[in-house]
Design a protein around this ligand. Sequence first.
Ligand code: KIV
Length: 298
Amino acid sequence: MASKLTAPVIAARKVRNGCDPLVMVTAYDAPGARMVSESGADLILVGDSLAMVVLGYEDTMQVTVDDMVHHTAAVARAKPSCFVVADLPWLSYHVSEADTVNNAARLIRAGAQAVKLEGGLERIRMIEAIIEAEIPVMGHLGLTPQSVLAMGGFKVQGKSTNAAMRIQSQAKALAHAGCFAIVLEGVPNEVGKLITDSVDVPTIGIGAGPDCDGQVLVFHDVLGIEDRFKPKFVRRYGALKAQGVEALAAFAADVRSRAFPADDECYHLSDAEAEALGLYGSPVIPRPPDVEDQLGVW
Ligand code: KIV
């Protein structure tokens, strides 16, 4: 197994320098983390998309630091070989530097190796405070889901020259402040390339085109567990929702037809114990009526 990545190693992973693109996938629990790790991905993101794909909320603004700590710890317990980044949820890095650093530290103590937060120039002070506490920070620009109310919906960003240049200057500021990588979400390909070319740290795109230094997708989207809505940038590599429903329906049918459980899926008493209980060896079905009377219940 390749040795685990570190923030400084990731910071140097630019495709223009001949590096392979980074692969990041979200995970929210131990089985998911084991799957992502065994797939050979470079990074796991314990994303605040947790809110929407696992907890059933309409947007990411409902998720709390406690929720993120709980799920980060579950991911870390799987001991994935990937570098683990955890999202700082909305309002956990907006109020004061002390709160921000304490919240970031909770995610690190839960098992993350870095934290991610959304936003540009308005977040530089908090990013610097976290980095001063020796915690690596990944930035997130473009369509930042925690700004869904301010943006008026989940809308592609950077579509005008001014908007693209604003994201470019934010990316430069984040890199200058010390972010080791930047997620670029929901921007035109050309803007993805402009920003990737403008910074020395890797960009990891989601709906930001092929020129980023890596790509990230949500676990439930890649596997087709989430099948209600498919954003343009999602490619499904599985149909686990459909397979899961089919498997569960087969279980229900077997229970109802009594095909489940089969004898080799059952525990049995030894003949001696069965006999001591007045049963007739194993299997004990069908029971004679007098045995049912002796036991009183069944
Ligand atoms: O929360 C998340 O899953 C994310 C990715 C979409 C980048 O931030």
